[in-house]
Design a protein around this ligand. Structure first.
Ligand code: CUA
Length: 309
């Protein structure tokens, strides 16, 4: 893996060297023309300035040779940029046939990764050296999945799938950003990609697959809570985008419409699956319904929330 440079983060995927080559090609072409054009302008301004009052400028006849050069050379350079850019775009857009699949879901304001075998995580874990195809969708608004170290980025859109892929040759940890403004907590819609040694990945996955079958109740709820809710809800009494959720059960909650509600199992369930039904006073109606959770998962979350002091 190549280290970060002044302009670019470390190259942590097989696509990164190509992208950086194009970046630096365009960069150095730009630097060359900036210096050449600004330099010539300064030089001419000094050399051909009006030195005396009678010093007159003379109209210049055109030069076919000069005009040809300054049209032809930039055309060649632009074509080179297009060809290189198009090639890299196609390479980064079309996943290799031999790829492992992970489903990515964006939701205000977290990412989740579904491996298709019952395992869902909030950190994307992949084995080193493997092609990974991400099929991405959003549960609410437009988000954008961005991993600078891999040089990959694509919009994540509701009711539609977009695809990205990468191959990270070496184990390591890489930052994931949401790079499309998606509301209050957009800036904390962060996640990580953890590239693991393939053997460590296999044993981690085997363990997760087993425990995802057996987990239930508050333990399942706690896991889901950490995956989906912590961007907006704390359990230590502090306010985030949404209210803190500890010590809630049995309490009377004041609602935005002036009424109040006793926090019981049904209220908790409704607030997870249909959050706009009852808005707590002082908070925006910002939460996306978690309608995709199964009954067992909602039961687990309710159990977990009931147990918080
Ligand atoms: Cu999601 Cu910004």
């Amino acid at each position: 893996m190549k280290d970060a440079t002044f302009w670019m983060p470390p190259q942590a995927s097989t696509l990164a060297p190509d992208i950086d080559f194009i970046f630096y090609f365009i960069y150095w072409v730009d630097v060359f023309f900036l210096v050449a054009l600004m330099g010539a302008m300064l030089l001419f301004a000094i050399q051909y300035r009006q030195k005396t009052a009678s010093d007159k400028t003379h109209p210049t006849q055109g030069s076919h040779k000069l005009e040809f050069i300054w049209a032809f050379v930039p055309t060649l350079l632009s074509i080179a940029m297009f060809v290189l850019g198009f090639q890299a775009y196609v390479d980064s857009s079309v996943p290799p046939a031999e790829s492992m699949d992970v489903r990515v879901s964006g939701q205000k304001w977290s990412w989740s990764y579904d491996y298709g075998n019952g395992v869902v995580t909030d950190v994307l874990k992949v084995p080193a050296g493997e092609n990974v195809r991400l099929t991405m969708s959003s549960r609410d608004v437009l988000h954008s999945f961005y991993v600078p170290d891999f040089r990959i980025k694509k919009d994540v859109i509701p009711n539609r799938y977009t695809v990205l892929w990468f191959n990270a040759p070496e184990p390591g940890e890489h930052q994931v950003y949401c790079t499309e403004y998606c509301g209050d907590a957009h800036s904390v819609m962060l996640s990580k990609v953890e590239v693991m040694d393939p053997e460590a990945y296999a044993s981690w996955m085997a363990y997760e697959e087993e425990s995802s079958k057996t987990l239930s109740g508050a333990a399942l709820g706690e896991k889901l809570f950490k995956q989906n809710c912590v961007a907006c809800h704390n359990v230590d009494g502090t306010k985030l985008v949404g209210p803190a959720l500890n010590g809630l059960y049995g309490k009377s909650e004041n609602l935005a419409d002036g009424s109040s509600v006793q926090v019981d199992d049904n209220y908790l369930r409704e607030s997870i699956t249909l959050p706009a039904a009852k808005i707590v006073a002082g908070y925006p109606p910002a939460m996306t319904p978690f309608a995709h959770l199964t009954d067992t998962e909602v039961d687990g979350l309710v159990d977990y929330l009931k147990g918080l002091e």
